[in-house]
Structures are given as structure tokens and as C-alpha cells.
Design a protein around this ligand. Structure first.
Ligand SMILES: [Ca+2]
Ligand SMILES: [Ca+2]
Ligand SMILES: [Ca+2]
Ligand SMILES: [Ca+2]
Length: 323
């Protein structure tokens, strides 16, 4: 079962997949605002849980919501990391089998890593400095040492910061690399199929994405930019056409669209854009009907409206609307 969670100004909704690419009607599970969401199983019961990170009125704070496996998520605790949470991710960064929580603080220019106790609570909190105004976090092993690393997009310094993990939930001093103007989102994926993870950012004020190819050891080359539509708000990367190279999808906040860029042997093909609902602030890729190659591009975030909009992958590499 796939559940897509959406939020409008003051409510949270879930949409349960019928398994064929369609969804059951929206179910309201929260009558208070949600921020930027991360999804993972926090308490080890096999059911997806949520973390909502939001800064600024009316919904500032970091909330943990435990899922019941049927599309409802109940508030369990509000965490105070001492900052202004702008994004979160969940991953097992110290490889103890328990999901950990990673939180970016926009105002603090920092990232907190909270090691999970496996029951939805936290044992410890360590903080690392990154660039100014971190807007998003990606998790991956960028230097190939088997330990998970963190990458932030830094909206106010137009950089990404790379935090190489020591494997115990602490990190080496951040190294920063320049991107296009005002990166709103970041993803880690291998876009040129050389086995080295690469970085992709959505550049809100530049109407572009930046691609930084990994050069090994956690270093990255100069950013190459590719045009998308107006004000890209979030980015995700995954191989959409099965050629082994990760492709890019972004949501465009001010042109009400998503853009898809397919990786080629020399870079990326021109972006192809598809209309969405108004002001998409986030998106995700998931296989919602269980068929090989099927992909859903939806959008979700605090500023989204209730009508989720999806696209299904077609064999000709275009997308069919699933509004
Ligand atoms: Ca852990
Ligand atoms: Ca690593
Ligand atoms: Ca690569
Ligand atoms: Ca591809």
C-alpha cells in the first residue's frame, strides 16, 4: 500500500493507493498545519511515520507523527532542536538498525542529527555547521566508504554543504561547493553512471537545476546548469527510463508545473514540463502500481492544495496525467 500525504494551509490529508495508480478519496488526519515532510518507519513497527519540519508562522516546529498503517498519523512529540527547522530526513546514520532523524535549521545554518532509540524517541543530538540558510537535506554515501553522508542546499549562500559521516552520527567539518542562485532542494544520485554519486540542486531564483558530478572522496566538480521553468521549489533524482543514469524531476512553484530532465551520455536533454496544481512546493517519485517502470510524480508540501496531481510513466518516456 502506498500512502501519499498532502497538506494545505491548516490540514493534513492522506491518499491511499488502490494499487493500480489510482487513489482513494482524501482522508483528513490532522486539523493543524504540516510543514515539509519526511517519511520513514521511526518506531520499527513496519508502518510509515512522518516528521514535519516548518519554520515561520503559523506552524513553526518539528513534529513527529506516528502512522497506524492505514493512512492516519498521530502527533507523538514535538522536538526542539533550538533552531528554525526547514527540512528533515530520516535514515539510519549510525547503522544500529534504528531510524535516526536529520534536521536542517534555516536560521542557525546548521544540521542536527538525532539518534533514534527505535521506539520513536531520541537518544542524542549532535549539531554540525553548514552554509547559510539550509533549505533541504539529502542523505547518501557520497564518498563510498559505506557510511552515510549528508548534503544540504544552502539557499542564502548558493552552495551545497557536504558532511562526510564518521559512521557514529557525527560528521567531519562541512565542505561547500557553489551552485546556481538560491538552491531550494538537493538530491544525491549517479546521473552519469560512473558509480560515483553526484549532486543535483533546484535553483529557485535561477530557474535552473545545477548538477555537480562526483569526483570521488566526497569531492565534486563545478556546477553545470540546465534550465527548467519558474522558481523550482524541490528536486528529486532517480532513473526514470531504465538506462542506468539518474534523471531529474523538479517542481516549479511559479509556473505550476513539474519538469523532467533525462540524463544523456553528455549531460541532460532539454527539460520537458507537465502542468500541476497551483504552486507546487514539493514532489516525490514512487512506483504506485507495482509495475516495472511506472512512476508517480506528485507534489506535496505545506503550501500545496488538497488535490494531489500525479503522472504515470509511459513507455515512450512521457507522462500521463493522473490528476
Ligand atoms: Ca540509528
Ligand atoms: Ca560516506
Ligand atoms: Ca556520477
Ligand atoms: Ca535515466
Amino acid at each position: 500500500m502506498d500512502v501519499v500525504v498532502s497538506a494545505e494551509s491548516d490540514h493534513g490529508y492522506s491518499f491511499i493507493s488502490n494499487g493500480d495508480g489510482t487513489f482513494q478519496p482524501a482522508m483528513e488526519f490532522r486539523s493543524r498545519p504540516l510543514g515539509r515532510l519526511a517519511v520513514a518507519d521511526l518506531d520499527g513497527d513496519g508502518k510509515a511515520d512522518l516528521v514535519s519540519a516548518a519554520y515561520g508562522a503559523p506552524m513553526s516546529g518539528l513534529d513527529v507523527l506516528i502512522g497506524n498503517g492505514a493512512g492516519r498519523f498521530l502527533d507523538s512529540l514535538t522536538l526542539d532542536t533550538g533552531g528554525t527547522p526547514s527540512a528533515s530526513k530520516m535514515a539510519d546514520v549510525n547503522a544500529d538498525g534504528k531510524t535516526d532523524l536529520i534536521v536542517a535549521s534555516y536560521g542557525g545554518g546548521s544540521v542536527d542529527v538525532l539518534l533514534g532509540n527505535g521506539r520513536g524517541g531520541y537518544l542524542s543530538d549532535s549539531q554540525s555547521s553548514v552554509g547559510k540558510g539550509p533549505s533541504d537535506i539529502a542523505v547518501g554515501d557520497v564518498d563510498g566508504d559505506g557510511k552515510l553522508d549528508l548534503v544540504t542546499s544552502n539557499f542564502d549562500s548558493s552552495t551545497v554543504s557536504v558532511l562526510l559521516g564518521k559512521g557514529d552520527g557525527t560528521y567531519q567539518t562541512a565542505r561547500s561547493f557553489a551552485t546556481g542562485n538560491s538552491p531550494s532542494g538537493v538530491a544525491v544520485a549517479d546521473v552519469n553512471a560512473d558509480g560515483k554519486p553526484d549532486l543535483v540542486t533546484s535553483n529557485f531564483d535561477a530557474d535552473s537545476v545545477s548538477v555537480l558530478l562526483g569526483t570521488g572522496g566526497g569531492s565534486f566538480g563545478a556546477a553545470a546548469s540546465y534550465a527548467v521553468e519558474k522558481s523550482p521549489s524541490a528536486v528529486t533524482a532517480a532513473d526514470l527510463n531504465g538506462d542506468g543514469r539518474a534523471d531529474i524531476a523538479v517542481s516549479n512553484f511559479d509556473s505550476d508545473s513539474v519538469s523532467v530532465l533525462l540524463a544523456t551520455s553528455t549531460g541532460f536533454a532539454t527539460a520537458v514540463s507537465y502542468p500541476t496544481g497551483k504552486a507546487p512546493a514539493g514532489l516525490t517519485l514512487a512506483d504506485v502500481n507495482g509495475n516495472y517502470g511506472s512512476t508517480y510524480i506528485g507534489w506535496r508540501d505545506a503550501t500545496c492544495r488538497r488535490s494531489n496531481h500525479g503522472y504515470r510513466n509511459r513507455s515512450d518516456r512521457s507522462y500521463r496525467s493522473e490528476a
